[in-house]
Design a protein around this ligand. Structure first.
Ligand code: HEC
Ligand code: HEC
Length: 422
């Protein structure tokens, strides 16, 4: 949610919230001028030891951790797709451990997670109200990886475990059980402690150096070690141009810094982009079912239940975006080019995208006014020329292809046709 909204503050003053808000504003006012100078990596956790990382990796790939067994974290977060993927499903969202059970959102890549800040509100000098930043998941509802792993493990549509005891039992039977005891002691007798330890190990792996490789062509380019092709360079220019793509206003980069950590391709903020409805998600057979994003998040310390936060989703990093099998929080798009063309023509030719014939069809009527219609490139009227031509879209797609890390380059899916595997 961004500055042009004149809505009431997105958090309410329950529990000393106004004092908190004031403190926040003061703090942010002091810190803001230095924000540009601060490394974007300010939350990078201290490095875990190698044995904990190796243990976390073994757990991540353990297919015995689901019910029935067969689905590991890596089934959905597939390493060959930069740790994203659909687990064999073709409907844009991943299948869980049981047939015909599907997640309701698309699987994010798990690379570069160590840069995701904790959920917080940020007050810009010229903004009427604070904006929301950070947190894990599309709606920012989790503040740490170690805590959130219970969610996929217990979700009936994902790994489907009954309770912590069942998970602990599986850990005790895993090939890494001895390493687990060596790392964490005898926690296996206490299921909650065992699952917490499991989360710590997974966090160590997911925030390790290997999970932030910075080995893309773009990274080589900012370091001065590679040249972009003419088409890629044109794409980068359009990506940054505030009158054309304007993508950097949310997918933030500093291509003049030699440090690739300054180009994470997200500001971790939230926006209401109004992706079309994914009709293939089984739960969407119910026309009254909507994914409300940020206002569905529950948190007493930083509440976002206010309607003003509805239908906002966290801006994803675009690193390795070209190897994804589906795009947007609901996985509605299968081709990267369609996403970029959607940005270009959502305003000028909406019925190209909203098959039901209703603009912003996946947003409940009462929240349609909250969809961002002010940012370039989608601040136009139906029938206007789009901000980006077809050739511009192609150039941006070519540029996005430079964000693929070395290990995944053969998977890139920037062409007109999707790469279908298995
Ligand atoms: C059935 C597919 C599936 C499995 C299995 C799965 N995930 Fe996920 N993962 C998802 C989806 C879908 C999301 C996005 C959920 C949301 O935003 O509400 C997600 C989100 C995440 C995130 C947040 C990423 C971000 O950018 O905020 C992390 C971390 C994560 N998963 C780790 C794991 C771990 C660790 C495991 C194994 C214990 C696991 N996942 C198993 C599908 C899966
Ligand atoms: C005003 C903020 C904003 C601007 C400007 C913006 N984006 Fe996004 N972008 C988002 C948000 C928020 C999402 C997630 C939306 C959702 O899932 O509902 C997103 C999603 C995406 C995705 C899908 C990624 C994935 O993992 O599924 C791509 C690709 C993308 N944007 C590219 C672009 C390009 C290219 C531009 C410029 C033409 C652009 N964006 C401009 C905020 C923005």
């Amino acid at each position: 949610m961004r500055r042009w909204w004149v809505n009431a503050l997105g958090y309410d003053p329950r529990g000393g919230g106004s004092a908190f808000a004031l403190a926040l504003v003061v703090l942010v006012t002091i810190v803001a001028p230095f924000a540009d100078a601060m490394p974007s990596s300010s939350r990078v956790p201290p490095r875990a030891n190698g044995s904990r990382i190796a243990l976390g990796r073994a757990i991540f790939f353990d297919p015995g951790l689901s019910e029935p067994p067969g689905t590991s974290c890596a089934s959905c977060h597939a390493p060959e797709r930069a740790f994203s993927g659909n687990h064999g499903s073709s409907i844009g969202v991943a299948q869980g451990s049981r047939p015909n059970h599907f997640a309701t959102r698309s699987t994010p890549s798990l690379l570069y997670l160590r840069y995701v800040p904790r959920f917080h509100f940020h007050q810009d000098d010229d903004a009427i109200q604070p904006s929301a930043v950070g947190g894990f998941f599309w709606d920012g509802r989790a503040d740490s990886i170690s805590e959130l792993v219970r969610q996929p493990l217990l979700n009936p549509d994902e790994m489907n475990n009954r309770d912590s005891a069942q998970i602990a039992q599986k850990v005790a039977g895993g090939g890494y059980a001895a390493d687990f005891r060596r790392e964490f002691g005898e926690v296996a007798n206490d299921p909650e402690a065992a699952v917490t330890a499991l989360g710590d190990a997974l966090e160590a792996f997911l925030t390790s150096d290997d999970m932030a490789p910075f080995s893309s062509k773009y990274d080589a380019y900012v370091r001065g070690d590679a040249k972009l092709t003419a088409l890629e360079a044109k794409g980068l220019k359009l990506f940054k141009d505030p009158d054309k793509g304007n993508c950097v206003s949310c997918h933030r980069i500093y291509d003049t810094s030699k440090n690739p950590e300054r180009s994470l391709f997200t500001d971790f903020g939230y926006d209401a982009v109004a992706a079309p409805r994914n009709r293939y998600i089984p739960a969407n057979a119910d026309p009254e079912r909507f994914d409300l994003g940020l206002c569905g998040r529950r948190n007493a310390r930083t509440p976002t239940e206010d309607d003003a936060w509805c239908v906002n989703f966290r801006t994803p990093s675009l690193r390795n975006v070209a190897v994804r099998q589906s795009f947007m929080h609901n996985g509605v798009f299968k081709r990267l080019r369609d996403v970029v063309a959607f940005y270009a023509t959502r305003a000028t030719n909406p019925m190209r995208w909203y098959e039901s014939g209703v603009r912003f069809e996946d947003v409940p009527v009462r929240y349609r006014g909250q969809v961002n219609v002010n940012a370039i490139p989608y601040n136009r009227r139906a029938g206007d020329d789009p901000a980006l031509t077809d050739a511009d879209v192609d150039a941006i797609v070519a540029f996005l292809g430079t964000l693929t890390d070395a290990a995944y380059r053969d998977q890139a899916n920037t062409g007109a046709r999707p790469v279908i595997r298995k």
